[in-house]
Design a protein around this ligand. Sequence first.
Ligand code: APR
Length: 226
Amino acid sequence: MKKKIVVLSGAGMSAESGISTFRDAGGLWENYDVMQVAHIDSWQTNRDLMLKFYNERRKQLASVEPHEGHKIIAELEADFEVVVVTQNVDNLHERAGSSNVIHLHGELTKACSSKDKECVVDIGYNEIHPGDQAADGSQLRPFIVWFGEAVPEIERAAFEVSQADILIIVGTSMQVYPAAGLIHYARRGIPIYLIDPAEVNVPARVEVIRKTAGAGLALLKEKLVP
Ligand code: APR
């Protein structure tokens, strides 16, 4: 039976594809007020700006490509059972070939009803406009987990981490919960690797690879694949 690798990825995973992270210098939250564009409380008062913000993110996504690091994670499926748990709302893991991806914070290429987040439709890279309606007649909204909202996929993600033989954390500042708490579901003694060019606060048992995603994953693949 193949060993199971769970990859926890964050915005730094997409950085080398040209998508900005949130909390680095020049990151998205330096240029936008997170409360205005990514908090559920703003949806009633700030709807048009929120739609525009995510329309821009979706448009940018259409113009970028997965990088070598995404491809390495997909290639690991030849030797391991791989589950990717990502905080990213882009589809770069899937486009690189990963077949089992859990999106904790939603997906840019989907929209949902403002009344019922389970009423979801694929929209690809198209825009959502004020007045666009979901099947239930409510305003269509980005299928994104905003601050202040539940994270429905967290239980499935925690289960996957608890089943992992190897955990790889890549490109996340580990500051946003509940995602940052997933590391605590790893079984005692399994190898845990963290790939990030900056310092991230993680338990001492974690092996830190202080490199960018592409370079760090290439190094780790050599170590993991005989
Ligand atoms: N390769 C790997 N890591 C990188 C790279 C790179 N090329 N460039 C930057 N990083 C690292 C940064 O050092 C940082 O630790 O990626 C991390 C990005 O952290 P954040 O911007 O905080 O992104 P993330 O952890 O994914 O944010 C979590 O916050 O705003 C919300 O919903 C949003 O999903 C997001 C969540």
